[in-house]
Design a protein around this ligand. Structure first.
Ligand code: XUL
Ligand code: CO
Length: 437
């Protein structure tokens, strides 16, 4: 087997003075919150950006070569797999995530495509054993092929729905076979461009039908992992149905999917929806549905999904605070749904991107753990809501207060005389002192 990333050895933790090919903050064995950082963060490689993305944008072609020395499609798929496992091994990343079409190229018929998938899955199974790597989640690419131009589960065309179902069925089978801990649905083109041609309620019900069939089939073949929906408000569609965590939670509850499904929350999708990443994680956590994370970051001034590697330690610390408060990942992990900038063409850049991302996540996690250990934020928040611990507040929470009783209480009160400061600046100061103090 060839070596694809020549001249780059295993990336090690060297601390603050380390060079560009070492971790400065991520020490996999360091114990925080009673667990190694490796197990707290459960890093995963995204097959698509890492092994397939070539720097293409709408104004220009590839700047990054991902041929791995092969031209034949199946030889290329195998070389990609080998390169991917070498990459994970060198970075000490234990997990990976893929779309069906990332690992094997589509053929002229579904039957032939499935055969190609089986051949590559056989090989990936060998590589997983050899390198001791695990599948965090699998998914289906039901958005790139032109047949999905109107969507997949929400297509106006029943033949497309059937085709998507067949593809999802196969993708759940291979995910199960590889011991995947999760299966993701990102609604690639599940949305609409104009209401003028769209039966919105019908499309949403079809989405529910597809997810129920997927859940039932998965469970019937022994898939015990979590299903995830990955919310995103727009792009490629003008309006995507899985807008944000709150929207998706409502949808899952309506369709009786809330026991089998959790959320795979992506940072850049959160900001596209007009939310902070921490907000989206809080919504998921409060619903008991924080499943997994797609770690990345958008360009501050662009309104689209730029999938940069995360570097904003402050925002990520507030996000990791939510993860720790949720009790960590149930079955998910930190998948780098992140890509190099188009002009990053040095052979080392892919490693540098991941190293910076992993260091950012580690710094953020450790800061979040310190904020919790410090306790001032928690005690401030507890105090802020303390009027609900006794008296009328307790009755409201217990569900024993009535409108009549509340009216009498308010009349007796005359006026609300105590309303304490929210003290946002004080709390922001605490966070800063923990980060920089
Ligand atoms: C697209 C995106 C996807 C999903 C998996 O914005 O995030 O790559 O993570 O389909
Ligand atoms: Co994603």
């Amino acid at each position: 087997m060839s070596e694809y990333f020549k001249g780059i050895g295993k990336i090690e933790y060297k601390g603050k003075g380390g060079d560009d090919l070492s971790f400065k903050f991520y020490n996999p064995e360091e114990v925080v919150n009673g667990k190694s950082m490796k197990d707290n963060l459960k890093f995963a490689m995204s097959y698509w950006h890492t092994l397939t993305g070539q720097g293409v944008d709408i104004f220009g072609g590839a700047t990054q070569d991902k041929s791995f020395g092969e031209t034949d499609p199946m030889a290329h798929a195998k070389a990609k797999a080998e390169a991917g496992f070498e990459f994970m091994d060198k970075l000490g990343i234990e997990y990976f995530c893929f779309h069906d079409r990332d690992i094997a190229p589509e053929a002229d018929t579904l039957e032939e495509t499935n055969k190609r998938l089986d051949e590559i899955v056989d090989y990936i199974e060998v590589l997983m054993k050899k390198y001791n790597k695990k599948l965090l989640w699998g998914t289906t690419n039901a958005f790139s092929n032109p047949r999905f131009m109107h969507g997949a589960a929400t297509s106006c065309n029943a033949d497309v729905f059937a085709f998507a179902a067949a593809q999802i069925k196969k993708a759940i089978e291979i995910t199960t076979r590889l011991g995947g801990a999760g299966y993701v649905f990102w609604g690639g083109r599940e949305g609409y461009a104009t209401l003028l041609n769209t039966k919105m309620g019908f499309e949403l019900d079809n989405l529910g039908r597809m997810l129920k069939m997927a859940r039932d089939y998965g469970r019937s073949i022994g898939f015990t992992g979590d299903f995830y929906i990955e919310p995103k408000p727009m792009e490629p569609m003008t309006h995507q149905y899985d807008y944000d965590c709150a929207t998706v939670i409502g949808f899952l509850n309506k369709h009786g999917l809330e026991k089998d499904f959790k959320l795979n929350v992506e940072a850049n999708h959160a900001t596209l929806a007009g939310h902070s990443f921490a907000h989206e994680l809080r919504v998921a956590r409060e619903a008991g549905m924080l499943g997994s994370i797609d770690a990345n970051q958008g360009e501050v001034f662009n309104g689209w999904d730029t999938d940069n590697f995360p570097t904003n330690v402050y925002d990520m610390a507030l996000a990791m605070y939510e993860l720790i408060k949720a009790g960590g990942y149930p079955k998910g992990g930190t998948n780098f749904d992140a890509k190099l900038r188009r002009a990053s063409t040095d052979a080392k850049d892919l490693f540098r991107g991941y190293i910076t991302g992993m260091d950012t996540m580690a710094l953020a996690y450790k800061i979040a753990a310190k904020i919790i250990e410090d306790g001032r934020l928690d005690s401030f928040v507890d105090q802020r809501y303390s009027s609900y611990n006794s008296g009328i507040g307790k009755k409201i929470v217990d569900g024993t207060a009535t409108f009549a009783e509340l009216e009498k209480y308010a009349l007796d009160l005359g006026e609300v005389t105590t309303n304490e400061s929210g003290a946002q600046e004080y709390l922001e100061g605490i966070v800063n002192s923990i980060i920089f103090g």
